[in-house]
Design a protein around this ligand. Structure first.
Ligand SMILES: Nc1ncnc2c1ncn2[C@@H]1O[C@H](COP(=O)(O)OP(=O)(O)OP(=O)(O)O)[C@@H](O)[C@H]1O
Length: 595
């Protein structure tokens, strides 16, 4: 079933899509002189083509009626020169137009990408990747087509229409008036078309995002799908959404087909009336044959701009809704930003003293806080493990330290400085994080490793690889220069995890946050990594989310997270002796791991 079109697309309740398009006019600024050239060139081409019917009139009423062959050569020559000039001008305009169009699209895409990078993690939690992809690809394409083609063609169509109608009125007043009046039904059709098409267009674009999303998820989760034999189910889901897209597109095309039919019928009916009226006028001697031929030739020149009107309106509407969708992203302000007056941070003097002071945290659009009243004091150079049941908020807690999320209340400090008062670049130089699910980018191993510290030397890389037990990279076909596949999928889970750990270690941060970074390693490798890590961690404050008892061995102290707060803290041995809940958490995790 096709979902009903919203009366107005949802975001349009806040703004008209035209405003969204208008707000993007800044992108035209760098190209304004080239756009003026384009308009001038388009004007010259139109003037040249408009002159041809008048020359035909002169040929018929002059040399042909009088049998004057010399005059014929002259007029024929002028027509040929005008034709060539028009061709050259059209080529030049299209060349400039293509460069402007692609430049505009590249500028918008680059800004959108930069903005998406600035947006906080919470935004990306809420937005589907496919919807963002559709905005960065097909929506920007629609806007490019309109700003660089539709807009110019629209303006030229209006200029051509007015210029032709003025000429027609001078050739024959009454017939000219008939053509001018035909603009009224055209205007009504165009207005209705624009109204109906806009909702249809937004629905199609939103659904394109939905389909892109499913395709993207299917590509990413291909292994899980196959392993669970869910391919037919996913296929059925995809087909359903693809069918909705097809039906929405058909509805959109039906709206445009009806209007396009009228855009064709109205000028052709007018042409038929003019032909009859014109022949009668020639028979009455109130119009010369040359004038009638010029009249009809000029009128034929209107057919294309009128037919193109449908395309221009459709293109304009698509561009408006696309701009509306893109503005949805641009209008989302990054909520995690640099403070107005950042505190100067000298990395070399930071000792890594981390404190959580009465921290409360609640995810956007959820009802209850995940963390409430968290107090922690992690001494410089100390390694603290965070233990807790699944879903207790361990990842959330450690994500607050590099400011992936901001606390809802309370504060997190490093060496007494509230991290919200530091520049983001400073926070992320002081704090580095390795995640349980390590994302590697589609680039060389070296580039992946030095993501957080581009100036790292080969010795730094070697040491990090040793700590993370990731020396296997030297055995890859091109060593450090081997390009790992999309998201590093050509490597095993454990290999990816070790590379992600090496990537975090290489930064030599004052505070290292490890979110269960060894979960994919076998016990033997884990032990080797732990031993090497212990030497690196001696001068670094480390906060490690742990699930298995073996990882706890790395920690000086362990904090137990329960019901959104720290309920116990001490050495592993102390907690085992004093806190039954701690022993339960670890044994439950250990059982899961063993299982
Ligand atoms: N982006 C998010 N938006 C809304 N709720 C979230 C988000 N991420 C996590 N949560 C919720 O917050 C709670 C804590 O999640 P978190 O991932 O921090 O737990 P965890 O202790 O690290 O779990 P695990 O041990 O399974 O990794 C869970 O109830 C989870 O559903």
């Amino acid at each position: 079933m096709i979902p009903d079109f919203p009366d107005e697309p949802e975001p349009s309740e806040r703004r008209h899509p035209l405003n969204s398009l208008w707000r993007l006019r800044r992108y035209l600024h760098p190209y304004r002189s080239r756009m003026i050239y384009m308009l001038v060139l388009a004007g010259i081409a139109t003037a040249a083509s408009l002159a041809v019917p008048r020359l035909i009139q002169a040929v018929i009423d002059g040399p042909i009626s009088n049998g004057d062959t010399t005059g014929l050569w002259l007029l024929g020559g002028i027509v040929a020169i005008l034709g060539i000039a028009e061709g050259v001008v059209v080529w030049l305009r299209r060349y400039i137009q293509a460069k402007v169009a692609l430049g505009l699209e590249a500028d918008m895409r680059s800004d959108l990408y930069a903005h998406m990078q600035r947006l906080h993690a919470g935004f990306h939690d809420r937005w589907q990747t496919g919807q963002l992809l559709a905005r960065a690809t097909s929506d920007l394409g629609s806007m490019r087509r309109f700003l660089a083609w539709g807009l110019i063609f629209g303006l030229m169509s209006i200029v051509t229409y007015v210029a032709v109608v003025v000429q027609l009125l001078t050739l024959h007043l009454w017939l000219g008036l008939i053509v001018a009046i035909s603009a009224i039904p055209l205007f009504i059709v165009a207005r209705n078309f624009a109204r109906n098409f806009i909702a249809a267009s937004r629905a199609v674009q939103d659904q394109q995002g939905e389909v892109a999303n499913i395709a993207e998820q299917a590509a990413q989760g291909i292994r899980v799908m196959k392993a669970f034999g869910r391919a037919p189910h996913i296929q059925a889901n995809f087909d359903e959404q693809a069918n909705i897209l097809k039906d929405l597109s058909i509805r959109k095309m039906t709206i445009s087909a009806k209007s396009w039919a009228l855009f064709t019928v109205i000028p052709n009916t007018t042409l038929a009336i003019v032909l009859v009226g014109g022949v009668v006028s020639v028979a009455n001697d109130s119009m010369s044959l040359g004038s009638l031929v010029a009249f009809v030739t000029l009128q034929l020149m209107l057919i294309w701009p009128i037919e193109a009107l449908g395309w221009i309106i459709a293109n304009g509407n698509e561009a408006m809704t696309a701009a509306d969708r893109v503005q949805d992203v641009f209008d989302t302000e990054p909520s995690i930003v640099d403070p107005e007056n950042p505190v100067a941070v000298d990395r070399s003097t930071i000792t890594g003293h981390v404190r959580f002071e009465d921290v409360r945290f609640q995810y956007e659009e959820t009802d209850t806080p995940v963390l409430d009243g968290v107090n922690l004091d992690i001494r410089p150079g100390e390694t603290l493990a965070i233990a807790g049941t699944t879903g207790s908020g361990k990842t959330t807690l450690v994500s607050l330290i590099p400011r992936l999320y901001d606390v809802t209340s309370g504060r997190v400090t490093v060496d007494g400085i509230d991290i919200a008062d530091m520049r983001l670049t400073d926070v992320r130089t002081v704090v580095t994080m390795a995640f349980e699910d390590p994302t590697l980018f589609s680039m060389s191993v070296r580039e992946n490793l030095t993501l957080g510290r581009a100036e790292a030397t080969d010795d730094d890389i070697d040491e990090a690889l040793r700590v993370a037990q990731a020396e296997f990279v030297h055995d890859l076909p091109f060593g450090l220069d081997t390009r790992v596949g999309e998201q590093g999928l050509s490597l095993s889970g454990g290999q990816r995890q070790r590379l992600a750990l090496a990537r975090a270690v290489i930064v030599r941060p004052a505070v290292l946050v490890l979110d269960d970074p060894l979960s994919a390693l076998d016990v033997h490798t884990e032990e080797l990594v732990e031993r090497a890590l212990a030497s690196v961690l001696s001068g670094t404050t480390a906060i490690i989310v742990v699930h298995r008892p073996s990882t706890v061995a790395l920690a000086d102290r362990v904090a137990l997270l329960e019901n959104g707060t720290i309920t116990a803290i001490g050495t592993h041995r102390e907690l085992l002796e004093t806190t039954p809940a701690y022993a339960e958490v670890l044994s439950a995790e250990a059982e899961e791991v063993t299982a």
